[in-house]
Design a protein. Structure first.
Lengths: 329, 329
DNA sequence: TTGTATGCGTTATCAT
DNA sequence: ATGATAACGCATACAA
């Protein structure tokens, strides 16, 4: 009963007789032996670990993604090394290298906050992709060993605006708080929706809230200020459900009825949409499907199989009480 | 320039001349050398990793804890291996051993769902504590190498009931969905609050929702059924903010005014309390402080310093629009 | 089928 | 201050 035989038993090699296998198994059981993961990692050059980077794991949307990813990865036999980077570029870069130095087998960048609009800001991601496969969940960046899984939020926003306008709404206010990859796309979609109707987006109705972790009260006040300054809008399209909640709070503050006086559409279809009163219509970016595609893709890459470089899934509009849209053809 | 010297430079040993140090540093820089974390782990028998177990990282409360813990641990030089176990005992046990086999330096059990009421169900935690220090965040279990950091929710619930009764409320309905350590304590606190007023908790007004991941609509319907069956209550105390949101939805459904006809108090003081309309009064269990104490305690244990076995912090009641309580002495 | 011996890349111990 | 060398515990190629 040598060390090699034990190793073979543990790794399920078939080059061991049933009798020896039983004997080894028994001894292992009796002594409660557990193989040393570090030694194993050293020899095999992997500990079956994936690095999960996300700006803020307390954000309800990102948290759901992290939860889903972790479960799927574990089912595929991988551990998840979590790293909450925050929104600062420097920190993101630092922590990315840190995870890399821990010899993870792959990286998932959760959320679109990692892809910058200027190419220079993405150099660190490309550098990482030289060492391990990098999956972008919600962002997109073309490059060797870089894979994107995302939702076509641009088309979703475009369609939402189109439907609001078709239902007779005149002025759709757009509310956002981030110019991440996803943020830029959504804003573009908003403008395209207006273009589809032969109009251009109304001046001054695209409002950016300058904070990642904001308070609903902030949003309410922002809209109230705008309203009191004379701006008029009969619909709010928000890049995030929490922003949409703020819009609902604003409506209540100024005595506007939802959806009669003000239609509201949020984005992410998070549980928050149901907590709000009235319940919010929201764009569902099908996070579960995205996570599944992300993990499947990563596993494919790790096994040397092909994986699409940029998978964009269509979104769906989940209609609730904050809109009254006519059926679409 | 031998391998040993390089190691010394990397680990900042002072037994290396400034000249050699510079030379080594330069070569490292030029070749982009990164020490192999596995080999290091094998030699030092640690990779500075803490296992984070939580039932559901998508739960807003747990997500906030995970986010906070990860950041603090990283600041202390530790990586976080996340594991979302779900609520089933068998899975929790399986994943706990899995993390242990990865040779983590310590474990944090996030949330009170890991401590069972029958002692037998906690054997796996004690077993784990024989290998590495185990911190319980939100639960409590006495034992060697076991440390608890939690909030005195029992006293908080008791105080909340007392204040509701003192304000003239007659029948406080208690809404919960878990008999975890925390759940049991909260329920006991509810009963004690009634006892303080010389009454016993009204029959049939402690309602358990039999689901971890529930829908606000479920809560609304549960209360509506109860109400329609003749049950009367003028206050709802909920073990979770989401349950409280359901109570608010119920009030709207049956035309009850908040707080005049129905006072509502939630628990966890999560962002959800602000999303709700009206904004919810909620018990703040000071999660940030708990996480800080948890990480500080764990670091202390790992450094061989003393750490309290059971730290219970007081909660605070954050009053918002869903209650109208008189000032307390 | 089983055992022996080597390598994985560090850190630490001991010489020099 | 620096270099040589032995662990660390596993997997694996090779020998038997």
């Amino acid at each position: 009963m040598s060390i090699a035989t034990v190793s073979r038993v543990i790794n399920g090699s078939d080059r061991v007789s049933p009798r020896t296998r039983q004997k080894v198994l028994r001894v292992i059981e009796e002594n409660g032996y557990t193989p040393n993961a570090f030694a194993r990692g050293l020899g095999l050059n992997t500990m079956h670990t994936i690095g999960l980077l996300c700006a803020d794991a307390a954000d309800p949307y990102l948290a759901q993604a992290v939860n889903d990813l972790e479960r799927r990865l574990r089912q595929s036999g991988y551990d998840s090394l979590l790293c909450c980077t925050g929104y600062e570029q420097e920190t993101k870069e630092k922590y990315l290298s840190l995870l890399l130095s821990k010899r993870v087998d792959g990286l998932v960048l959760v959320g679109s906050h990692f892809v910058e609009s200027e190419e220079a800001g993405n150099a660190y991601i490309r550098r990482a992709a030289q060492e391990v496969p990098v999956m972008l969940l919600g962002g997109a960046l073309a490059g060797q060993n870089l894979y994107a899984v995302r939702c076509d939020e641009r088309a979703a926003m475009r369609g939402a605006v189109r439907r609001l306008l078709a239902s007779g709404r005149q002025n759709v206010l757009y509310l956002y708080n981030s110019m991440s990859f996803s943020g830029r796309n959504k804003l573009a979609g908003y403008r395209e929706g207006y273009a589809d109707a032969g109009r251009s987006a109304p001046e001054g109705l695209a409002l950016m809230l300058d904070a990642y972790r904001f308070d609903v009260a902030q949003v309410r006040e922002l809209l109230a200020r705008k309203w009191d300054a004379g701006a008029r809008f009969d619909a709010v399209l928000a890049a995030d459900d929490r922003l949409a909640v703020g819009a609902a709070k604003f409506a209540k503050l100024r005595g506007l009825r939802i959806p009669q006086d003000l239609s509201i559409i949020g984005c992410n279809n998070s549980p928050i949409a149901r907590y709000c009163d009235p319940e919010l219509t929201s764009i569902d970016n099908r996070l579960g499907d995205l996570c599944a595609a992300c993990v499947d893709g990563l596993m494919a890459v790790l096994e040397g199989k092909p994986c699409p470089a940029d998978a964009a899934l269509p979104a769906a509009l989940v209609e609730r009480e904050s809109t009254d849209l006519p059926k679409e053809e």
